[in-house]
Design a protein. Sequence first.
Length: 164
Amino acid sequence: MLIQEKIGHTGTFEINNRKIDLLALQWFEARKRIIRKQTNSGKEVLLKFLNENPELTEGDILFADTDTIIVVSILSCECIVLQPKNMFEMASVCYEIGNKHLPLFYDRDELLVPFEMPLFSLLSAQGYDVKREGRKLLHALKTSVAPHTISISENVFSKTQSLT
């Protein structure tokens, strides 16, 4: 079965008495544009999101007919869990994680990172209260920076001069 778009979410979709067939995804599969998986009932599904980044989330509905609804379910995984005590600690922890170019998730005043022993050891050695838990990584923080551009009429020297 080919699926090219999300059609809704369980919170706003009329389920009635249709059977829910879960499509289990790992956290890193939720942003893939093309993926082939099987639902819990064994139905082969090909996701092809060619026009946009899908950013699938828990409860997204991918298919519905009179009998069945295919719903996304994000699997839990081993995570590093931190609950910063103040904004300074939040900034410091985010800097350390961002410096390693790792994905960062936020849930109920806690920061979550997919588990990596070197990062766990580093944060523990720096005195942060870190835990290792199995959790669902659902709410990714959008941490992209807009690139700097220089127009053709400007050179690097004039751009630097205007910034100082």
